[in-house]
Design a protein around this ligand. Structure first.
Ligand code: VG1
Ligand code: CO
Length: 543
């Protein structure tokens, strides 16, 4: 077994986005593409010598081969040990947990999350820090800088190792521990929640449907929901992870998880429904006949978290991404705890969690989590909901209406315009940014603009500043519009338009959100000139 240095040259565009580097699979499979980026991860984080890493992925096409390359490179770069999920599989939250549990020097997660998988779809790689969380901007910038001067990669020549068998093997000098991807994670979940109460609820006839969307959460959900919580076999559907996710788009929202949505709105619907994304860090929650918006889910989880054993002492604080609705802020105020507004992407929560400033975090994009790991965690959110339902003994619909009555309702929606021309998208955002100074005081759709800015985040823990995180336009009645471009797409640009309106009156809280948001939607189109700039006036995904 020999360690070889291979000459290479920098490859353009290896800049991590909101969550790691994502590209079309054929791009990742080009000679040296994966190798260059992995070498940059090692080089950009002080080298791999003597270090221990966690490695796993969401099982999409190329996951298995990429794992072999990464292992051989880790060995050649002097890593002491790599903990790999069996079959090179690990959900993102499970990887985060393993990094923390084993106090490793970080982890490499192979995933493009909600982006479709397959030979012509997407692949991705991200690096997580020793705290289990996504690398912060300073680290991803350092990795990117390394890709730009990459000239050699280190890789041992060895035959592939069997990742299907649990146990310890050696690769050169390096130890490879192949572990059950589910066991430690399931144990963590059992330590946080009242499984006995949930089991009793299930024994009393409570029914659930969980759509794993042929992605990584299938084995996790089957073990936890069916085996440990006693739900009937078949509760988890699309439970076998497939390399192309069965052709599904593993983004848990009403558009892509429409089969679940349809079932939840039938007369004989289960009590509770949930779906998860490609790598298991995001979730959608649906009650019988009621869809729960992710912003509301965050607020309800925060308001009721004390009902679960792990959070019975209360929350230290709540953090939400900027485009997420202010519903969680109202809960924080009622609880008398701090509330933080961070840019989109989980990496911005890590410092707050590490510093003990917040316990629960969430994003409008169906991601919620807590200080139990340093990633968003789809099954965690589902289990906290189940724990709350078991203790309160009420339906999801009842809990939602009671919540709105107490806190008011933040009507909320996100409109996505996918695969638009990048130049048009950039031109639209530039024009909008240029108009910011003229916006305050403008009257539109019967509302008056109170403030407008391009969001900049000042991290209260390390003082770093992240600029240009999205345009915020706030109205004097509390309504709000946010526009930003996605940082996870691999084709053209995606414009995300976030819309919010607050309704304190309990007699007006039952409208269709699109209807309730009508004036806000019209104002957004007029102010940003969406039709004129990108040639489309209708989003293709509404959540
Ligand atoms: C999207 C979501 C963001 C989320 C990110 C990664 O980013 O909006 O909230 O953190 O995906 O989630 P963007 O830049 O496309 O808006 V995942 O589950 O893909 O790791
Ligand atoms: Co994800």
């Amino acid at each position: 077994m020999t360690s070889t240095i291979h000459a290479t040259t920098p490859i353009e565009g290896q800049k991590p986005g909101t969550s790691g580097l994502r590209k079309k699979t054929p791009v990742f499979m080009r000679p040296m593409y994966l190798e260059n980026f992995v070498q940059a991860i090692f080089d950009g984080t002080g080298g791999a010598q003597g270090k221990t890493y966690v490695l796993g992925g969401d099982g999409r096409y190329f996951n298995d081969r990429a794992a072999q390359v990464i292992l051989k490179m880790a060995a050649a770069n002097g890593a002491a040990r790599v903990i790999v999920g069996q079959g090179a599989i690990l959900s993102t939250p499970a990887a985060s947990h393993l990094i923390r549990l084993n106090q490793t020097d970080g982890g490499i997660i192979m995933s493009a999350s909600h982006n479709p998988g397959g030979p012509t779809e997407d692949f991705g790689v991200k690096f997580n820090m020793p705290n289990g969380g996504p690398a912060p901007e300073s680290v991803t910038e350092a990795i990117y800088a390394c890709t730009q001067r990459m000239h050699e990669i280190h890789m041992i020549t060895a035959s592939d190792i069997h990742l299907d068998k649990i146990g310890r093997v050696r690769l050169g000098e390096m130890i490879v521990d192949v572990v059950d991807p589910v066991a430690d994670y399931a144990a963590l979940m059992e330590s946080l929640f009242d499984f006995r109460a949930i089991r009793a609820m299930v024994a009393g006839g409570f029914r659930m449907r969980f759509d794993a969307m042929c992605a990584v959460t299938g084995p996790y959900a089957t073990e936890i929901l069916e085996k440990r919580l006693g739900m009937e076999p078949g509760t988890v559907i699309n439970a076998t992870p497939l390399q192309d996710f069965g052709g599904h788009h593993p983004d848990p929202n009403p558009t892509w998880a429409h089969v679940l949505m349809e079932e939840m709105f039938t007369p004989n619907a289960p009590d509770f429904g949930a779906a998860s994304d490609g790598d298991g860090d995001r979730n959608m929650v649906v009650g019988r006949n009621i869809y729960v918006s992710p912003s509301d889910s965050l607020a309800v989880l925060a308001a009721n978290a004390h009902l679960a054993p792990a959070y019975k002492g209360g929350l230290k604080g709540i953090a939400r991404s900027m485009p997420t609705s202010a519903a969680a802020d109202r809960v924080a105020k009622a609880l008398g705890v701090e509330c933080f507004e961070t840019p989109t992407g989980w990496k911005f929560f890590g410092n707050l969690l590490d510093a003990g400033r917040c316990t629960i975090c969430g994003e409008e994009s169906f991601g919620t989590g807590s200080d139990h790991v340093r990633e968003k965690d789809g099954l965690w959110a589902v289990l906290l909901w189940l724990n709350i339902l078991a203790v309160r003994g009420e339906s999801v619909a009842h809990i939602m209406h009671a919540h709105w009555k107490r806190f008011g309702r933040n009507y909320y929606s996100r409109h996505d315009f996918e695969a638009i021309d990048t130049r048009h998208a950039d031109a639209m955002m530039s024009a909008l940014k240029a108009s910011i100074p003229t916006l305050p005081g403008t009257e539109i759709e019967g509302m008056s603009i109170a403030s407008a800015d391009d969001f900049a985040y000042h991290d209260p823990i390390d003082g770093s500043v992240s600029r240009a995180q999205g345009v915020r336009i706030k109205f004097d009645d509390g309504s709000r519009i946010v526009l930003r471009l996605s940082g996870t797409g691999t084709e053209g640009a995606t414009l995300r338009l976030y819309l919010e309106r607050y309704e304190p009156d309990a007699t007006k809280q039952d409208l269709d959100p699109q209807e309730a948001l009508g004036p806000v939607i019209r104002a957004a189109h007029a102010l940003a000139g969406i039709k004129e700039q990108i040639g489309r006036d209708r989003p293709n995904v509404i959540t």
